[in-house]
Every structure is written in C-alpha cells, then in structure tokens.
Design a protein around this ligand. Structure first.
Ligand SMILES: *Cc1c(COP(=O)(O)O)cnc(C)c1O
Length: 444
C-alpha cells in the first residue's frame, strides 16, 4: 500500500507503542542483537518508514543499503505474490526451478566484464563471501587471502577474520580463521604519505607486504570492497583498484570484489567497479539484490566457478524461489526507473548540501562517497582526531526528529547516508535540513 511521502511526528521517537515493544524485545530477544532507532516499523515505502505509533520517518538507511528500489516496490511485490502462491521451497539442489537460473543469467549480463560467467546463490552476504573464498582456493590450489584495513565482509568465522573491526564485530568471538592477511587501504583522508600519491603508495605497501609476509605464489584471493561500507564509505582514489586487478592477473590470484553494499545502482553505476572499468574475477552481491528478501550471489569467471566439484556449493535455502522472484522484480525496477541515473542525481544533491553544511561546521573533516552512498567524517575542529561522541549525538538528534540515519567507520565517527533510490527530492532536502539542525543543536 503506498505510504504518503511526508515526514510526520505524532509522538516522541520512540513513542509509547514502540517502548512497549522494546520492553518485550528486552525480555525475549538476545541483548547482542541491538537496534539503532527503536521505532517499531509497521509499513514502509519510497522514502518513508511508518512506526507503530504512526510516526512517519524519513529513510536515509534503506535497511543498510538493501531497499535500494524502495520498500515493497511494486515489481517486487507483484512477482513475490505470484511466486509465493505457486510454491515456497523445493531446494534448488533437489528439484530445481527457473527463477534461480534466470537470476544467474541476469547477473552474468549485469556484472562487470563480458567474459563467460556463472553464478551460485546463497542467503546472506557473509555466506557469499565465504563461498567466493572457497571457490578461489579450489581454483588456485592456494590458501592465503589478502584483505584490507577498515574492511567489512560479515560475521561468520571466516568473514570475521576478513573484517577489520574488533568492536562490535569480532570482540571475544575468536579464534578466527587462519591464512588471512591485512594490508593498508587507500584511504585518502587519513593517508600518512603524499596526498597526491595515495593510490600508488597504498599499492606499493600492498605489493611489498604481500611479497615479504605472504609470498605471491601463496595468494588465492585478494578481496576488497570497491568503496568500503562499514569502514566509513572510504573511496580509494582512481588507480588503486586497477593496480590490484593487474597484480592479481600477473600473479595468478583471484580478485574478489565484495559489492554487497555498493552493488545494484547504489553508487550511480550497476556496480562500483564499473566506475573505472575494473573487471573482478569474482563478485559477491547481496543487500540491494532482491528488494529486501534474503538473497546473495557469487558471480564470476566460468572456469573459476566450475573448478569446484559437483555438490561442493549450495545450501538448503540458497536461491530460494521467492527471493529469486524478488530479485527479478528489483532488477526490473532498476531498469525501468533508471536507478543508476537517480543515484547520480542524489549524489549531486548530497554533495551540494553537505558541502554547504561542512563549510559552516568545522567538525566535518571530510565529505565523500559516490552516488547514493555518501558520508561525512566528524573530527575535533582543527585536527583529524575522530569525534565519535559528536557523531552519535548528531545521529540521535536526527532520529528524534524522524530521520533514520546510520553511523559507520573504524573510529565510529562517520555519518553515512544510504537513501532508497525511490525517495523524492523533497524528502532528501528535508532530511538534510534535519542533519543541519542536528549539528546546530549538538556541535559546541
Ligand atoms: C553487509 C555486508 C556483508 C555481509 O552481508 P550479510 O548479508 O550481513 O551477511 C559483507 N560485505 C559487505 C561489503 C557488506 O556491506
């Protein structure tokens, strides 16, 4: 059902109904599962999330970059309704169905590169990443995996090892998987060397650390988010990713692009790798792929994907028929509404408005991102010392005014903006007004 595209507060956020539900949550749900904005949702579409008290919140989070096409997007709803009435599950490995194959065909067309590609479907991003590493290891006969500072690849054992941040993702959950090696990320704002040579210097460090500590011939895979998500929307300068691609080709390693957060129109291209024409050997996708239903994929060079023995890839639910129907609906929405173009328009609005706010707020040290994946990094004025306290204060003040906004970053000092691409310009501007007011209220 379409929701009126207007912010409206009828109680405090959270209101009394949400507070009751939060008490039930506290009694029944593990405390380890946190909630960022404890307003319990009853409905959502476009740029609006409606809570149990009737508040209408502006959505700058998309459920962490998932509802790129908007919540309950019409083509997703139509295809899911048709599919769910026919059958809910057979397990593709038992008795297969067309939707899975069609999603694989669409991924082969849409992902970077025009080589022969194949796909395997899974349930979550972490599961896709684990399987990409399994495939790379079998295909190369090697075991080492190289990842980067500030990386986020998931919460399962192998993906925790690949993820950089201790709190909250890894703390106390070790021991972690072995044969994982971490090298510096090309992080322009915090690069200690020559600001004009970040891509070159970061690559030189990668090359030398791998040579000295791992050995080129031991590397099965290099895995990178082409724009880091949880790490704080760190955009490597042009030239870094192509250098990694060349290095992998020269040394027989598999380049895995983790596009779970950046994929499916989010950055203004179908995939963030398209920006520089980088063609990864394997690409992992999830989040935006299926309009909110759980689905993930590994897509890549046919000869790598086919290196694994029959029965070596799969899972009970991977490529569930309803999730596949949702993915085909989400891709239809992206194509019919030119959502790559819409992401670029959203970037222009954010750049202009955030630039204006940053000019008046010395706590904003950096404005960055691409497409509808924009962020600001908050520091103590006159320095680059991270200010996570101000960051959470601005986020909380925004939540109280009815704006769903998320934080990120290794130092907890990044506000990130991930609106659904179906949001109106009016709601974008109103959300940015609320950010501006939150700074005025909280910054000293
Ligand atoms: C969210 C995310 C994951 C993990 O996906 P889940 O579906 O939460 O398992 C992996 N990599 C990146 C880049 C992500 O943003």
């Amino acid at each position: 059902m379409p929701v009126e595209q207007r912010r409206r507060l009828v109680t405090a956020v959270p209101g009394p109904r949400s507070i009751d539900l939060a008490a039930r949550k506290a009694a029944a749900v593990a405390d380890g599962v946190g909630t960022i904005v404890p307003a319990y949702v009853v409905e959502a579409s476009g740029g609006i999330v409606v809570d149990a008290d009737g508040n209408q919140l502006i959505d700058f989070g998309s459920g962490i970059a998932v509802t790129t096409v908007g919540n309950s997007a019409p083509a997703v709803v139509a295809r899911v309704q048709q599919a769910v009435e026919r059958f809910t599950h057979t397990c593709f490995m038992v008795t297969p169905y067309e939707g899975y194959v069609e999603v694989a065909e669409r991924l082969a067309e849409l992902t970077p590169g025009d080589h022969a590609k194949k796909t395997a479907l899974f349930n979550s991003g972490a599961e896709a990443v684990e399987n990409a590493i399994k495939i790379a290891r079998v295909a190369t006969g090697r075991s080492a995996v190289v990842c980067f500072d500030h990386a986020y690849h998931g919460r399962t054992n192998l993906t925790m090892a690949l993820t950089a941040k201790d709190m909250p993702y890894k703390h106390g959950f070790g021991p972690f998987a072995s044969e994982v090696y971490r090298t510096p990320m090309a992080y322009p704002y915090r690069w200690p060397g020559d600001p004009a040579r970040v891509a070159e210097e970061a690559f030189e460090q990668f090359e030398s650390q791998v040579h000295v500590q791992v050995g080129e011939s031991q590397v099965a895979a290099v895995i990178i988010e082409p724009i880091q998500g949880e790490g704080g929307f760190i955009v490597p300068p042009d030239g870094f990713l192509p250098r990694l691609q060349r290095w992998c080709a020269d040394h027989g390693a598999v380049l895995v692009a983790d596009e779970i957060q950046t994929g499916f129109c989010r950055t203004g291209d179908w995939f963030a790798c398209d920006h520089e024409g980088v063609v990864p050997d394997l690409i992992t996708t999830a989040k935006g792929i299926a309009g909110g239903l759980p689905l993930a994929a590994v897509t890549g060079r046919a000869e790598l994907m086919d290196a694994v023995h029959v029965g070596g890839l799969g899972g009970t639910y991977g490529g569930n028929p309803i999730a596949c129907a949702a993915a085909l609906g989400a891709i239809e929405e992206m194509e019919t509404h030119d959502l790559t173009g819409r992401a670029r328009e959203i970037e222009a609005i954010f750049r202009d408005r955030l630039g204006g706010i940053a000019a008046r707020q010395p706590a904003i040290g950096d404005v960055r991102g691409r497409g509808a994946m924009m962020a600001i990094e908050l520091v103590r004025p006159g320095s680059k010392d991270p200010d996570p306290v101000l960051t959470s204060a601005v986020a909380r003040a925004s939540h109280a005014q009815g704006l769903v906004v998320l934080t990120a970053g290794s130092f907890g000092n990044v506000l990130r903006f991930l609106p659904p691409l179906s949001i109106s310009d009016e709601l974008l501007h109103e959300g940015l007004d609320l950010i501006e007011q939150a700074f005025d209220k909280t910054a000293a």
